[in-house]
Design a protein around this ligand. Structure first.
Ligand SMILES: [Zn+2]
Length: 119
């Protein structure tokens, strides 16, 4: 039977048993993010594809968690569409979460999660 391989994380930190994925906001369906808004054309196709991606991401995260890995998601918008202070804050939060193993959701600005920490 064909089994889909786990996608390669962008960063693997064996010492901390942590993997980091940098997710594009659009294709991975970042909630409440401007960069994930669908264009009006081909909306059905886009929605279907993104819903599928979200479901697949969730199952990969669960699989990695079951294997004892902590999974951190850093959203593209945290690095790309922010000023340098926000970017630095996002990276510092990510580093802190890796070091301490804490379950931080970085919220910059309010209501917009740039980093998800999922165990
Ligand atoms: Zn985003």
């Amino acid at each position: 039977m064909y089994e889909e391989a786990i996608p390669r994380p962008d960063v693997v930190l064996r010492k901390y048993r942590t993997v980091v994925f940098v997710h594009g906001c659009f294709w991975h369906g970042h909630k409440n993010c401007k960069a994930s808004k669908l264009p009006d054309t081909r909306r059905d196709f886009g929605e279907q594809k993104i819903t599928g991606n979200i479901a697949r991401d969730e199952s990969y995260i669960q699989m990695l968690n079951e294997m004892g890995w902590k999974v951190l998601i850093i959203w593209e918008c945290a690095l790309k569409y922010r000023n340098s202070m926000d970017r630095e804050a996002a990276i510092a939060t990510l580093a802190n979460s890796i070091r301490t193993g804490s379950q931080i959701l970085a919220e910059i600005p309010k209501g917009d999660y740039l980093i998800d920490s999922i165990r």
